[in-house]
Ligand binder design. Structure first.
Ligand SMILES: [Zn+2]
Length: 270
């Protein structure tokens, strides 16, 4: 099942490429000072992940996203982004190596979850890609917190979820940012259903629980534009009790991330 969904997703992925390329950096410059970000794709250990590696390499979407970051933010050191098999469905930032790893197995799991929700091949590819872009920005958040020594209180995992959501929502005011985060919301919904047994919930974990991450991202979507996303509340998807606070929460997080980054941005082009 996993292999099949992964392969279907690779085919569907092609359909999403033009859409995902809307991620131009908000204020890219030609300034070359500071660290650079390299992106590489290791050969996959099986046919499905190898096919995915080829598609990702040819599409070069993550190179565009990485360039958007390095052209906007002055990094003190180089950073490498590696797509590879890891033997676990995960993505992580390795501070010692200044390395961000996106596992093919994670993308396989995202495809599997989308397939389980009855999506078409095209939708599976799109959902996998959108969620992967979110997790790429999430891990980039960890890299920025480490490299720039950003002051984070509370859970770093929550803070970098916020950063990823803000980047998608703020840079895509045509509504595509909300669509992309909705893919992640669905993923957390699928994961939460698999962990329905209270005893198996990782209350001890660094991350907030999947259901909490799901509702918080919904709150960010709603908070970014409560008129455009009013259906989230009227359709009882996001509880009204939480929704009332979301515009404030969104503004607060956007302003705070702006303040965290303001001394690390490269100058705007003249
Ligand atoms: Zn994380």
């Amino acid at each position: 099942m996993k292999q099949r969904a992964f392969s279907r997703a690779s085919k569907g992925l092609v359909c999403t490429l033009a859409f995902a390329l809307c991620f131009a950096p908000a204020h890219a410059t030609q300034d070359t000072a500071g660290g650079t970000i390299s992106v590489s794709y290791a050969p996959g250990i099986d046919e499905a992940s190898d096919e995915l590696a080829t598609i990702l390499r040819d599409a070069a979407i993550f190179e565009d996203l990485a360039n958007g970051v390095s052209e906007t933010i002055r990094l003190p050191a180089d950073l490498s982004v590696q797509f590879r098999n890891c033997d676990t469905a995960n993505a992580f930032y390795e501070p010692r190596l200044q390395q961000l790893v996106m596992c093919y197995e994670l993308m396989g799991m995202l495809a599997q979850n989308a397939a389980a929700a009855g999506k078409s091949d095209e939708e599976i590819g799109q959902d996998m890609m959108f969620a992967s872009i979110f997790f790429f920005y999430h891990e980039m958040g960890h890299a920025l917190v480490h490299q720039l020594d950003l002051p984070i209180t509370g859970k770093e995992e929550d803070a970098v979820d916020d950063m990823a959501a803000l980047l998608l929502l703020e840079n895509n005011e045509d509504g595509s940012g909300g669509v992309m985060i909705a893919s992640v919301v669905q993923q957390f919904g699928e994961l939460a259903m698999k962990m329905a047994d209270m005893d198996s919930l990782p209350f001890w974990g660094q991350h907030s629980l999947d259901a909490q991450r799901m509702y918080h991202l919904m709150c960010m979507i709603y908070g970014s534009n409560s008129e455009a996303y009013a259906d989230l509340v009227s359709d009882d998807i996001l509880p009204k009790e939480r929704a009332e606070q979301c515009p404030y929460e969104y503004k607060q997080r956007a302003r705070n991330w702006e303040r965290l980054m303001e001394n690390h941005l490269k100058p705007e082009p003249a």
